[in-house]
Design a protein around this ligand. Structure first.
Ligand code: NAD
Ligand code: TYD
Length: 356
């Protein structure tokens, strides 16, 4: 039985994908992750006794190492999650984003191209390289503009989205020029278990429980389309199974919401599930703080193509997904405590000063 190779499988979405893959498939996973601040082997602790989860700590930009792994494990597919993923960090320090998202993706593509070229005809034609990307490459939408389709122009506005856009273009070129059987997915904002608490939803949950401020940028009316992470994973599995090489598939939850509504929903759920000792609502902790520079106002995904071509749609609604997510954070205080290391505290200090 052949294997798949996943990059970034110790991060938020990658670890959810690996866990779901091992639950749903008999194919083994080679999980390649550099274990940056965002990578966490604790996410994968339930696979500790699974011989078909092979973890390798390596950088995707280490061509020799990646080539050796490809030769050694002979995967039938590569699913590429590894990235620097946080917009605010890309504003403070863009270089790591250029290095991993652009140079890293380029080196990975080169290693994969060389491996794929050496395969026998049948394995060569069934091989797939799936590139996991974001809706942020399309830029910001006006309030009444139609949602992003796969044909929308690329207008990335942050160093993060620009680096992801560059990597998408490289993937496109490797298909067009070399015939590499690539698939690209552009997904909206994810939320769910194992989400590092520097992103909106987990930050609000852990800050609320710690009695801290809930820092809402600007007027809180920026709109994102939110998708439960397990639905993103099922979409990736479906694209891998039936997507057409060279194609792009947008993935979203048909679920646009302004940030302030997200934060108030989290507060209401916590009021119900873990009421504050003083009987007040967690919403009293909401604090409006200085806006993010260049903050995109609205993202919205048109996920018609993946629905019509591949029959995929999300299983969770926002109501069911956010309830499960809040409950997961309540049930996993040890995971939360372990990720709140010195470097996490340094980040809060740098980004929020006294606000968080
Ligand atoms: P994350 O930051 O939680 O995880 C990234 C993982 O990649 C970490 O485990 C990290 O250790 C690893 N990594 C970083 N640099 C590496 C390198 N040079 N070599 C090997 N591993 C490295 O990110 P995430 O939220 O899980 O996002 C995963 C992918 O999905 C990214 O490509 C991101 O752009 C994309 N995406 C994310 C979202 C979202 O809402 N989080 C939405 C759409 C697309
Ligand atoms: P984030 O989770 O960083 O995802 P992205 O910027 O990739 O969409 O942020 C989601 C939204 O929440 C975004 O509009 C910025 C906003 N936000 C806040 O208002 N306060 C915060 O502390 C954070 C981290 C984000």
């Amino acid at each position: 039985m052949s294997k798949i190779l996943v990059t970034g499988g110790a991060g938020f979405i990658g670890s959810n994908f690996v866990l779901d893959w091992r639950a749903a498939s008999s194919q083994a996973v080679v999980n390649v992750d550099a274990l940056t601040y965002a990578g966490n082997l604790e996410n994968l602790s339930s696979l500790a006794d699974d011989p078909d989860h092979i973890f390798v700590q390596a950088d995707i930009a280490d061509s020799e190492r990646i080539s050796t792994l490809l030769q050694q494990h002979q995967p039938s597919a590569v699913v590429h999650f590894a990235a620097e993923s946080h917009v605010d960090r890309s504003i403070h320090g863009p270089e790591a984003f250029i290095q991993t998202n652009i140079v890293g993706t380029f080196r990975l593509l080169e290693a994969v191209r060389s491996y794929w070229s050496s395969l026998a005809a049948e394995r060569k034609s069934s091989f797939r390289y799936l590139h996991v990307s974001t809706d942020e490459v399309y830029g910001s939408l006006a309030p009444s503009a139609a949602a992003f389709t796969e044909k929308h122009t690329y207008e990335p506005n942050s160093p993060y989205s620009a680096s992801k856009a560059a990597s998408d273009h490289l993937v496109r070129a490797y298909h067009h020029t070399y015939g590499l059987p690539t698939l690209t997915t552009n997904c909206s904002n994810n939320y769910g278990p194992y989400h590092f608490p520097e992103k909106l939803i987990p930050l609000m949950i852990v800050n609320a429980l710690a009695g801290k401020h809930l820092p809402v940028y600007g007027d809180g009316m920026q709109i994102r389309d939110w998708l439960y992470v397990k639905d993103h994973c099922s979409a990736i599995r479906r694209v891998l199974e039936a997507g057409r090489p060279g194609e792009v598939y947008n993935i979203g939850g048909w679920n646009e919401k302004p940030n302030i509504e997200i934060v108030k929903t989290i507060c209401a759920l916590l009021d119900e599930l873990r009421p504050r000792a003083d009987g007040k609502s967690y919403s009293t902790q909401i604090t409006y703080v200085q806006d993010r520079p260049g903050h995109d106002r609205r993202y919205a995904i048109d996920a018609s193509k993946i629905h019509q071509e591949l029959g995929w749609k999300p299983a969770d609604t926002f109501d069911s997904g956010i309830r499960k997510t809040v409950q997961w954070y309540l049930d996993n205080p040890d995971w939360v405590a372990h990720v709140q290391s010195g470097s996490y505290r340094d980040w809060l200090q740098k980004q929020y000063k006294d606000a968080a």
